[in-house]
Design a protein around this ligand. Structure first.
Ligand SMILES: [Zn+2]
Length: 267
């Protein structure tokens, strides 16, 4: 009887447990960065609803929250502001991972969506640019200004740090999680601040994708290139690598990458 009760309990507990979810490519491969250090920019226009002196530290705090996870060695580096408006990845052009605000009258998505993170990743294993399916090449975050984001901890409306911390999870390759307590849960009520900090499921997620000291099993070695792909994508070294390593065959493929890339609603 005791044993039966134990197993019943175990089954019930299991049915109530939650877990992180990884974003996958069309073939089921989990998407993730090849690099463990990524550079990001904040668009110089900021938002009309917040002084830049309030917005910038709040946005940086969101990325730092993920940086602080000890069981992962993934790091975001803030590179300052940019005027780059492009969303998605350019095969022959400069790319930057940008956080930007979109005025309400220019937001062409569902008005209930507060933030969209567009992730471009490899659909096929091809050449050195795409050493594995699901390699993330670029990520851009758009925030819907109609939500009038705030930073106040005393009278929060739609907290910007709460929102960006969630979106950063998508940049890392995490999908929406079923646990309402998770930062990666798909929705957030007005005034919520809890997504500023990570749940254990969120921590388990980033550490499963980017475990500290353990390289990606599909990551190739570029040690002899004299050109590290972990560099700032704006640096000439990165661009040189892109041009030189771009296989000719890619040009024959109408959609070598996930274009349009996946978009993740957050309400
Ligand atoms: Zn989301």
């Amino acid at each position: 009887m005791i044993r039966i009760l134990f197993w019943l309990c175990a089954l019930l507990c299991a049915s109530q447990s939650f877990a992180y979810v990884r974003t996958t490519a069309q073939d089921g491969s989990p998407i993730r960065w090849l690099e463990r250090e990524i550079y990001w920019f904040l668009h110089e226009s900021g938002t009309q609803y917040l002084p830049f002196t309030e917005l910038e530290p709040a946005a940086r705090a969101s990325f730092e929250t993920w940086n602080a996870v000890e069981c992962s060695d993934f790091l975001f580096h803030y590179e300052g502001t940019t005027d780059d408006d492009h969303v998605g990845y350019l095969i022959s052009g400069e790319n930057a991972n940008v956080v930007r605000f979109v005025p309400a009258d220019q937001w062409d998505n569902d008005s209930e969506i507060a933030g969209l993170t567009t992730v471009t990743y490899c659909l096929e294993k091809q050449g050195r640019l795409c050493p594995f399916v699901g390699r993330i090449l670029d990520s851009d975050m758009e925030l819907n200004e109609s939500f009038h984001f705030t930073t106040s901890s005393t009278e929060p409306q739609f907290d910007i740090q709460n929102t960006i911390t969630h979106e950063v999870g998508h940049i890392l390759g995490l999908e929406h999680a079923p646990d309402p307590e998770s930062t990666m849960f798909a929705s957030a009520p007005y005034g919520e601040l809890s997504k500023r900090s990570l749940s254990q499921d969120d921590i388990d997620g980033i550490c499963a994708i980017y475990p500290k000291g353990v390289p990606d099993p599909e990551a190739p070695s570029y040690e002899n290139d004299g050109c590290s792909l972990t560099r700032n994508p704006r640096l000439p070294c990165w661009m040189l690598a892109c041009f030189l390593l771009l296989p000719l065959g890619l040009r024959k493929s109408p959609r070598p990458f996930s274009l349009p890339p996946s978009k993740r609603p957050f309400i």
